[in-house]
Write a protein that binds this ligand. Structure first.
Ligand code: ADP
Length: 618
């Protein structure tokens, strides 16, 4: 391998700006090859997690253990054919990515290599392939936001470029470079990513791109409270288990319970500005579906392609485990980059279980002492390193701006058993737990969120913010829904003991209406254009309709109507049609329908009066 070839993926072509990089890489040699783990002979100092290029093909790897005169390397690529004695280049750098305009809309592998560019035939890469996801030649229209003579420091916005049709990409002063006085700033014009756009008095040159190490959190200013919702468009989640911008949610569920569909719905409909979707260890054909589907989706906000504000990271189960291990940190680094521009970013990983399996596999090869179910004892701390990078923050630099990174991680516990270590470790670190239920999925109740085990710690923090958006009765409506579901549980227990006929007329209605709420409110069809996404106000209108209907029906029953007489009206089918109405029509039509129902109940009551007076009936 030639010396100039050692340059890492994503490393800048010019000066490495504030990065520790050895100008002449050290060279070791392969001593032992054990699957993806390679032991190298070294007679120089090696950094933990240093990136290496192994053998003739230059396979990408990371140092994961250092011993006297030896280093263990986890390769991110298949080692078939690698021989003892082949050369290993120690680059002195940690795994990183070159960040800059042009990343949105790309599909990257777990180490940040662009899959489309390198593996045109599919999503597979050639071994040893090296490339940056950023295009060398593409010109970006740069508009400066600072002037010569101004002070500039980490995180400051130096200018902007427009990515895609409308994404405003803020060009930031690199967070790992000392500040200084601007001696030259590029005027408005077309620039390439690695062209200098700003020069400082101290001689430093800044380009449109900057490198960042994946495992190192990007610095931010002060943390802000989790009091703004990440709206998902899913009624059950937004109402019962809301998630805050900057929060963390875990989505555990057995096979076929709807993790992937739910994650994709969130990617499409949630109110984050940028989405980073990490397909982590899922089967190749599932990932291919994702890769094929996302580019066809239209952004519901602007009508432009959704991919214009998305980055996909694809790492399927047949790709090497080390790249899978790195992929979630890559996703997080990308998310932090857009957060630093002042955006709300959602990073979704599907699934944490496959990521943890990668850790287990690596730990096993290193003969580490296994913890519960063979996972390494540091599973929880590794996971927390990821989750700790989420949050809503005042970002670094001027002008003042806020940004957030919200993480939504799917977990696939074998047999849907939530007591297994990965679910438990995720649960401890997450603010919202959205447990998917096999029985609900089998009954085609989707999203199969089990409302009995799920929870959100953000509920109270978000109440004020959600009332501002949905109206001041939002909290009362939510409590109403919770009350109905709780009562339904008690009544179901009673029915098991006494049978349905043992219930009072009012309780029979309560049970029926709880079913209405489940079918019409908690269930949501991701494939139906009218139903797939509900704004908070539309959800509030629907829930309010259901609550008023409940009050009217109860009153009718208290006035003497039988349950059978109340449900003889086509309530459910009417409600279905009302639910399909667009937001502005829903409230109006709901009012009309409720008045009509009231009239029908009164008419039935009058009939009942004549019935009771009739001598035959008596
Ligand atoms: P998992 O990723 O947990 O294995 P999937 O997300 O692939 O499960 O979902 C399995 C199937 O469940 C989907 O193919 C779809 O038919 C159905 N499904 C899941 N969620 C929904 C939903 N919200 N609306 C309609 N169907 C759904």
């Amino acid at each position: 391998m030639s010396e100039k070839n050692y340059r890492l993926l994503g490393s800048p072509m010019k000066e490495p700006r504030g990065e520790s990089i050895s100008k002449s890489p050290n060279r070791g040699a392969v001593k032992i090859v054990s699957g993806p783990v390679v032991t190298a002979k070294t007679d120089f100092s090696v950094r933990m997690f240093e990136v290496v290029r192994v053998g003739v093909l230059g396979l990408l790897g990371e140092v994961i253990r250092i011993r006297d005169g030896e280093a263990d390397i986890q390769t991110c690529e298949d080692t078939t054919g690698l021989r003892v004695g082949e050369e290993i280049l120690f680059t002195g750098e940690l795994l990183g990515i070159e960040l800059g305009p042009g990343l949105l809309g790309t599909v990257l592998d777990g180490t940040g290599r662009p899959l489309r560019k390198l593996g045109e035939k599919g999503i597979y890469l050639e071994r040893g392939a090296q490339a940056s996801a950023l295009s060398d030649d593409k010109l970006w229209r740069f508009t400066p936001a600072t002037e010569t003579g101004e002070e500039a420091g980490p995180g400051d916005v130096l200018g902007t470029v427009v990515e895609g049709s409308r994404f405003l990409h803020r060009v930031l002063f690199p967070a790992n470079l000392p500040g200084g006085r601007v001696s030259w700033i590029a005027p408005e014009g077309d620039r390439r990513v690695r062209e200098c756009i700003c020069r400082l008095d101290n001689g430093a040159e800044i380009t449109l791109s900057q490198r960042w190490e994946l495992r190192v959190p990007r610095p931010a200013g002060s943390r802000l409270p989790s009091d703004r919702p990440l709206l998902t468009g899913q009624r059950v989640l937004d109402t019962l288990f809301p998630l805050a911008l900057g929060g963390t949610a875990v989505l555990p569920g057995g096979f076929g319970t709807g993790k992937t569909v739910t994650q994709q719905s969130l990617a499409r409909w949630c109110n984050a500005d940028v989405i980073v979707y990490v397909g982590c260890g899922e089967r190749g054909n599932e990932m291919t579906e994702v890769l094929e589907e996302f580019p066809t989706l239209t952004d519901p906000r602007y009508g432009t392609p959704l991919m214009e504000r998305m980055v996909l990271v694809a790492n399927t189960s047949n790709m090497p485990v080390a790249a899978r291990e790195a992929s979630i940190y890559l996703g997080m680094t990308l998310a932090e980059y857009y957060r630093d521009m002042g955006y709300d970013v959602a990073v979704m990983a599907d699934s944490t279980s496959r990521w943890a399996e990668a850790l287990r596999e690596i730990g096993g090869r290193l003969e580490e002492m296994p913890g519960e179910e063979g996972y390494p004892a540091y599973l929880g701390s590794r996971l927390s390193r990821y989750y700790e990078r989420t949050g809503r923050v005042e970002v670094l630099g001027r002008p003042r701006r806020q940004g957030s990174v919200t993480a939504i991680n799917a977990v696939s516990p074998a047999g849907g058993d939530f007591s297994e270590p990965v679910t438990q470790a995720s649960l401890r670190l997450s603010g919202a737990f959205w447990g998917l239920d096999k029985n609900l999925a089998q009954a085609r109740h989707f999203p199969a969120i089990n409302w009995r085990v799920s929870y959100s710690l953000y509920e109270n923090l978000l109440s004020d913010g959600m009332e501002e958006m949905a109206g001041e009765n939002w909290t009362a409506l939510r409590e109403y829904l919770k009350g109905v579901l709780l009562h339904e549980r008690e009544l179901s227990d009673l029915v098991r003991l006494l049978g349905r006929d043992g219930l009072s007329e009012e309780d029979k209605w309560a049970l029926y209406h709880a079913e209405n709420l489940k079918i019409l409110y908690l269930q949501q069809n991701a494939y139906s254009p009218e139903d797939a996404c509900f704004s908070l106000t539309r959800s509030a209108a629907l829930l309010s309709l259901l609550r008023t209907l409940d009050e009217k029906a109860r009153k009718a029953i208290a006035d003497g109507l039988y349950y059978d007489e109340v449900v003889a009206f086509p309530i459910r089918s009417d409600l279905m049609s009302l639910r399909a109405l667009p937001e502005n029509a829903l409230s109006e039509k709901a009012g009309e329908w409720l008045s009509a129902m009231e009239t029908k109940f009164s008419a039935a009551k009058e009939k009942m009066g004549t019935r009771n007076e009739s001598p035959v009936e008596r």
